[in-house]
Ligand binder design. Sequence first.
Ligand SMILES: Nc1ncnc2c1ncn2[C@@H]1O[C@H](COP(=O)(O)OP(=O)(O)OP(=O)(O)O)[C@@H](O)[C@H]1O
Ligand SMILES: [Mg+2]
Length: 252
Amino acid sequence: MDKEEFSMMKLVPDEEQRRVFAKVFDRQTILAVHALASKGYFKVLEFVVSTGKEGHVFRAMDAAGNFRAVKIYKIETTDFKHMSKYVDGDVRFQGIKNNRRDLVYAWTRKEFRNLNELNKAGVRVPLPIASKANVLVMEFIGEKGEASPPLKEKYAENAEKLHATLVDFMARMHFKARLVHADLSEYNILNKSEEIVVIDCGQAVPTTHPYAKSFFERDVRNLSNYLNKIGIKSTPESLTEEIRAKKGEFSK
Ligand SMILES: Nc1ncnc2c1ncn2[C@@H]1O[C@H](COP(=O)(O)OP(=O)(O)OP(=O)(O)O)[C@@H](O)[C@H]1O
Ligand SMILES: [Mg+2]
């Protein structure tokens, strides 16, 4: 066994998971994962929590036994056109070169930064811990090591309270962080024992982005549809109005 194989065994102790890992990630990704591990952000990648089309989310553990979520974006299979739409026009990420790797790295930094800005604005999101290349380390949202389900699977017990929380989060996003999530729905909001946590923030763009308005309208439509499903009467117009009414509370 060479040195590299040996360190992979320590990093991903489970053989089956190691096979998954080796199949999907290239050498540079493995180096980035090692670099983050050597800084102590986590010690082992335990297993895959979710395999999306854009990347994998792992549950990891640090030396003290704390869980972490590690999201690793794939380089080769990303939808370049789709991603470009959310990076071009974001004033924070100008001059990104036109190749897949640079775009995915920018996307990863973007998710880190969005999580930071949303957290500062008081929107409950996983706390970002570190990022390097296409690897993002963040707070693990779950209990006793079990990842929390999305609202799609676990409806909130108190629909009125959820409604108020969603309006509050949308107003904070828009008027305080000045960001539009751009993929908001019951799939990207986790229900951690009735605490609502917004995830998947890589695509979020500043409100100055040329498509910000249509992304915002789509988010509002998704949430409004969901509210109707759980018994709250809502239209995209009424929900927009409720968010706007909070402008004074959050505008700088
Ligand atoms: N911080 C976290 N803590 C616990 N679980 C998480 C965390 N982040 C993501 N997950 C899990 O991983 C899944 C995918 O995460 P996310 O939505 O961020 O990635 P994605 O690449 O956009 O995937 P998808 O295409 O499925 O939306 C989530 O639905 C959730 O189950
Ligand atoms: Mg998602």
